[in-house]
Design a protein around this ligand. Sequence first.
Ligand SMILES: [Zn+2]
Length: 357
Amino acid sequence: MIDTTAGYVRGRNRRSRIRNAFILTVIAALGTALAVIVSPMARAADCSAGYVGLTYDDGPNPSNTTNLLNALRQNGLRATMFNTGQNAQNNQALVRAQRDAGMWIGNHSYTHPHMTGMSSSQMQSELQRTQQAIQQATGTAPRLFRPPFGETNATLRSVEQQLGLTEVLWDVDSQDWNGASTAQIVQAAGRLQNGQVILMHDQYATTLNAIPQIAANLSSRNLCAGMISTSTGRAVAPDGGGPSPTPTPTGPTPTPTGPTPTPTGPGGGTCTVTLSQGSQWSDRFNLSATVSGTSNWIVTVTVSSPQRIINTWNGTATWDGSGNVMTMRPNGSGNTFGFTIQHGGNRNWPSTSCRVG
Ligand SMILES: [Zn+2]
């Protein structure tokens, strides 16, 4: 009698537990479904329609940049910040915050003048001082330049080329500088097509408030915020990441053509670094180093006296005591970095080696 009752009770409890488990499962499933609907960040980005370049000019500004970076991060967007040199110089921590938030940093002149009436040397000063201010803040000099007011000419383009800068204008003007409302800024971003670039600024509340809707609009069109290519000035997938499938290596390992490349990494795998010639001047030359085999690389570059590396980009450089050995690591800009060697009469290329980090 007691046993029967106990069995009945146990049975009811078991049925009750099963029913509760079922209800919990349904709630969990609903919760997951809701989370997916509510938060676009919960699903993988679909970039099947391509990439667009979001750009924010005239920063960094103490009153706005932190909010701008937070809004971009919260909405899963990366952008290119065209800083003026004087703002970068005065707000170096904010320049580092831009980099640390995954943004790309471009040169927008030092004092934001109308440049087309300037002499070549005045232009050079505007651009070079900005390169230095940003390099001082982040360790990396920009590769992209946007002329103030979009005003350019052959002299300016020649100065840009001497400094290894690619000029970037825009396809869509958000008109935020001209009093556009948040809705109008969102509407402008809605016109962006694959590869195109939109002009916005790091100082307006309307621009800041547009970010969630811009993110939703791009996502609804399977577009993603990309980086701006230094070779074409067009928006492309970010280097060293993004949803593009990992290419399958085919055929034999490519033979490096630069001097003394290759070697090995401990355990995990090997990598190869290949140098190629960039711009050359009477006193200096640029080299570009492309790493294959890993995106987690550590490359050492050894120059011989009296050479000196005076500029680097697209990597994080550290130096040994002599200043002749540079160790370069990825900084989120992909697997190609560059540097400028002031040759002092020695035009030999440096020796390089690569290991997996
Ligand atoms: Zn500007």
